[in-house]
Design a protein around this ligand. Structure first.
Ligand code: SF4
Length: 429
């Protein structure tokens, strides 16, 4: 990989791990004083090359390479041929690639996930970085429509930030409902188009045919904030934190049985334990950690030295995702915790597809029975069977994510499963 030169070098990039909040305040003056002006007259090819060299992956959960999403939308709008290969994930159900307008860029600040606070924290503390990144992405694909989609309380911060500057008037603000699936890419496009914030089928790629049939880029707000820094300080600076495999920093939301739940910015690839210690948790007070949120997987408390990286977490079926870490104390029941989550997830879909209409409610029911000390020996096998049946059968990844959590629960809490079946579970509910 060849690293290119930074686009601007007039101000040095932050040297510590705290990059996104380095301005120390959310106002435009503080932002400009620390980060300098947004790069003017950005060469689109140079920005994309820098982005590719940086290795920045999406921070919304799917970790798709950011440069590929931009290239896919740019190429689709110019009639190029690479878009189909680069892709951008889920589609809206509109067949074909005929477009009715220029490209659309949507900053996605709808976390949906109850355990995530990072995007809300970012939009409150560093809205100008997100706005910069959104405008840069829009420029790079020559977007004709630029949208920031987030819950009401976040949009209040963004509105104030837009009023402080003269270059952001073109950004349309769209309110995201606070539902689990409102941040799924095709649900975002549906909501921005005036429909319900529910996922659509995956027949067409958003990069080819999204909002109003136009090539559409949906990018998480944290990803855009990193893009704004990259455009200023370059790929080499970006890679000065994190690992080769997972460069840069990321925001993590730490919650659960910890004294100080909050959002931290950490170097990618550091031990899982580091942000947990920052939140006041220490072994042996960590029974397990749910990594990646309600669609994530459990890591046992004995493995908290594991790097928060794709390869480090892979043996547990987990991934850094959107940076969600929920601690389960050693005296809490993992089966109870998982059953509560699966029950919530089963109620969050619009039940458009079979796995959500039938499979998830049944899965929630049998897991609840096991968690509540029903000693029917067939329960674990039935839970596993249902999880494997629903996975990969929906129009979006909701059943897959739910199945991941359930299978991880059976693995990590295997001793608890036996304890429940034998009536010897003494863990507090
Ligand atoms: S899989 Fe479930 S959540 Fe996804 S679109 Fe179908 S019904 Fe909705």
């Amino acid at each position: 990989m060849t690293l290119t030169q930074p686009i601007t070098t007039s101000i040095a990039g932050p040297t510590g791990v705290s990059r996104l909040f380095a301005a120390g305040a959310s106002d435009f003056r503080s932002h400009r004083a620390v980060f300098g002006p947004m790069p003017g007259a950005v060469d689109e090819g140079h920005l994309l090359a820098e982005l590719e060299a940086s290795g920045l992956a999406g921070r919304g959960g799917a970790a798709f390479p950011t440069w590929r999403k931009l290239v896919a939308v740019r190429d689709a709008s110019s009639g190029g041929t690479r878009a189909g290969r680069a892709g951008s994930g889920a589609g809206t159900g509109r067949r074909g690639s005929a477009t009715r307008g220029g490209p659309v860029v949507i900053a996605n600040g709808a976390e949906g996930e109850p355990l995530s606070r990072k995007d809300e924290t970012l939009l409150a503390g560093a809205p100008h970085l997100v706005i910069d990144g959104l405008l840069l992405a829009a420029t790079s694909v020559r977007a004709s429509d630029v949208v920031l989609y987030a819950p009401t309380r976040s949009l209040e911060h963004v509105s104030r930030a837009i009023a402080e500057r003269t270059d952001a008037e073109r950004i349309r603000l769209v309110t995201a409902p606070e539902t689990f699936l409102s941040g799924e890419a095709s649900a975002v496009v549906s909501a921005v188009g005036g429909g319900r914030a529910i996922p659509r089928d995956r027949i067409a790629r958003l990069s080819e045919s999204g909002l109003g049939g136009a090539p559409t880029l949906v990018q998480n707000v944290e990803t855009l904030a990193h893009l704004a820094l990259l455009a200023r300080f370059g790929a080499t600076w970006f890679r000065s934190r994190g690992t080769d495999e997972d460069p840069g920093t990321r925001l993590v939301s730490v919650s659960g049985d910890v004294p100080s739940p909050r959002v931290y910015e950490v170097a990618a690839g550091m031990p899982l334990l580091d942000p947990l210690v920052s939140a006041g948790a220490r072994p042996p007070g960590i029974g397990a950690v749910l990594v990646g949120g309600y669609h994530g997987a459990w890591v046992p408390g004995t493995a908290v030295a594991t790097p928060l990286s794709p390869s480090g977490l892979r043996p547990f079926g987990a991934a850094p995702g959107a940076g969600i870490l929920m601690v389960l104390g050693p005296h809490r029941c993992g089966l109870d915790a998982s059953a509560e989550i699966v029950e919530y997830l089963a109620g969050q879909s619009a039940k458009q597809c079979g796995p959500c209409a039938n499979g998830l409610p049944r899965l929630a029911d049998v897991l609840r029975r096991l968690a509540r000390r029903d000693r029917a020996e067939w329960l674990p096998a039935e839970i596993e069977r249902l999880a494997r049946v629903v996975a990969g059968r929906g129009s979006c990844h909701h059943p897959d994510g739910t199945a991941r959590l359930v299978l991880s629960t059976l693995t990590v809490f295997a001793d608890d499963v036996q304890a429940h079946l034998q009536g010897r579970c003494e863990v507090r509910r």
